[in-house]
Every structure is written in structure tokens, then in C-alpha cells.
Design a protein around this ligand. Structure first.
Ligand code: ZN
Length: 260
């Protein structure tokens, strides 16, 4: 399996081999640099692709699902737009999961309360969602996860089991932090990129092109254009006989636990 550990061991072995070879015949130093650069390149790809399982196992879909069933996830709230999202979900009788940022829960605790009251699930999406989150050490990441868990668990029926790393980037420090906290990483396989563009047509077409049985959709409850696309998307699902089920049912995992 291509994991950070396996790849690193393999490249270390290659380096040692070159060092040994160097005793018999002069090896150009360019070979050493090339090996390190390839290792760095593989690391960059593995870290930025949540579905690669490079650092951490991430649940990104249910590939054995054959029926038209998908799960919808929202990241980065709670925000003032979450209320519009909740209204739409109610209108179409759809349940979703919200991966919340700790500092946004502190700003909008009443909105988090509403999410839970409406029957949706919640998960942990770090406390700060800092641009530098991927450079944090394991201890800081663990503290962020625990702080956000405490904020969420004031409203949930049990301990938070799901974590979604900011930007979907994983690192060795995140792996070490999660080993202690015990959270499962929930990814996605249908990304709307609604955080990158405001073009509703583009976002909508991007999602519907990728929809397939067992999929997990990533949306954001932080902007008005995302809310407009959501209504279009929910209509599309209805017209195409897609059923939105909870992430728990899709992955056969529990969002909350009594004890970890
Ligand atoms: Zn995010």
C-alpha cells in the first residue's frame, strides 16, 4: 500500500543503495537530489489528496453501494447562512452532517443548537481552520480537536467521532494527533469547490457530473451562492431519484460514541 511510511522506507532504501554503490563507482550527486525531490513530490500529492489514505485512512465514499444513495456534508459553519441551508434541508426533507469550526461555534452557538434540533449530525473541523494548520505539531492539533469537541459535545448526545481536516490536507502530525483522540477521518468524493468560485452554474455542473451511488458530497454553509446551488442540487436529486441518507448509514459508522 502506498502510505507515507512505506514510501519513506522505500526511498531511504534507495538512498542507502546509492551510498553503497558510491563505494564501487562514483555516483553523480544529482541522483541523490532526484530521489529526495521525487519523495517530496509523492508526499505533496499524498498529503493534499484526502482519498489517498497516505497519512490517515479517510472515509470518502461507500464504493459497494449500488443504489442511488448519497450523503451530504457541509463544512466551515456555523454561519448566518447555515439557517438558510437548514430551511432548504427541511423543505426537501433531507438530513446532512455539518463539520463545524470551533471558533464559529463560539460565535453562533444558537445556530449549532438549531442544526442538532433539526436532526442533523455534526463533526469536528478544527478550532481555528488556520491556513497554517498543516504546519502545526501533533500537540497543537490535538488541542484544537479537543477544544472543538468540547464545544460540540455541549449539544450532542455523545462524544464526537468524526473529524474532517481543514482543506482536506493530512500530515504526519495530524496522524499522530488522531491516534490519541481516536477520531475517524471523513472525506468526500464529490467536491463542489464552492469555496473557490461563485459561479453557480459551474459549481452545480461540477457536482452533478460526479454524483454516483455511495458518494459523499462536500458543500459549504458559509455563502449565499452555495445556498442557491444547494436548492438546485436538491431538486436534481429528487428528479433523478437519488436518496440522501445520513453519513452514518452510508458508511455504517457512528457519528457519536459514549466512550472512546
Ligand atoms: Zn474547511
Amino acid at each position: 500500500m502506498i502510505t507515507h511510511k512505506n514510501i519513506s522506507l522505500f526511498f531511504l532504501f534507495l538512498l542507502l543503495l546509492l551510498v553503497l554503490l558510491n563505494f564501487y563507482t562514483a555516483i553523480s550527486w544529482l541522483w541523490f537530489i532526484a530521489i529526495v525531490l521525487i519523495w517530496l513530490g509523492i508526499n505533496a500529492i499524498g498529503s493534499s489528496r484526502i482519498s489517498s489514505d497516505y497519512h490517515v485512512k479517510a472515509y470518502c465514499n461507500n464504493s459497494s453501494e449500488t443504489e442511488k444513495k448519497i450523503a451530504i456534508t457541509f463544512d466551515d459553519g456555523p454561519s448566518i447562512f447555515t439557517l438558510e441551508v437548514l430551511d432548504l434541508l427541511k423543505k426537501y426533507d433531507v438530513k446532512a452532517i455539518f463539520f463545524c469550526i470551533g471558533k464559529n461555534i463560539e460565535a453562533h452557538p444558537e445556530i449549532l443548537k438549531q442544526i442538532i434540533a433539526d436532526g442533523h449530525l455534526v463533526g469536528n473541523h478544527s478550532y481555528s481552520h488556520s491556513k497554517f494548520f498543516d504546519f502545526y505539531n501533533a500537540e497543537t492539533i490535538k488541542e484544537e480537536i479537543e477544544k472543538t469537541d468540547q464545544l460540540l459535545e455541549r449539544f450532542t448526545s455523545g462524544k464526537i467521532n468524526f473529524f474532517r481536516p481543514p482543506y482536506g490536507v493530512t500530515t504526519p502530525s495530524i496522524r499522530r494527533a488522531l491516534k490519541i483522540t481516536g477520531h475517524k477521518v471523513i472525506g468526500w468524493n464529490i467536491r463542489s469547490l464552492d469555496g473557490g468560485t461563485k459561479n453557480k452554474e459551474l459549481i452545480f455542473n461540477r457536482i452533478i457530473k460526479r454524483v454516483s451511488p455511495g458518494g459523499i458530497v462536500l458543500l459549504h454553509d458559509t455563502a449565499s451562492h452555495s445556498v442557491l446551488v444547494l436548492e438546485q442540487f436538491l431538486q436534481f436529486l429528487q428528479q433523478n431519484n437519488y436518496k440522501v441518507i445520513s453519513i452514518e448509514e452510508l458508511l455504517n459508522l457512528n457519528a457519536y460514541g459514549i466512550e472512546r
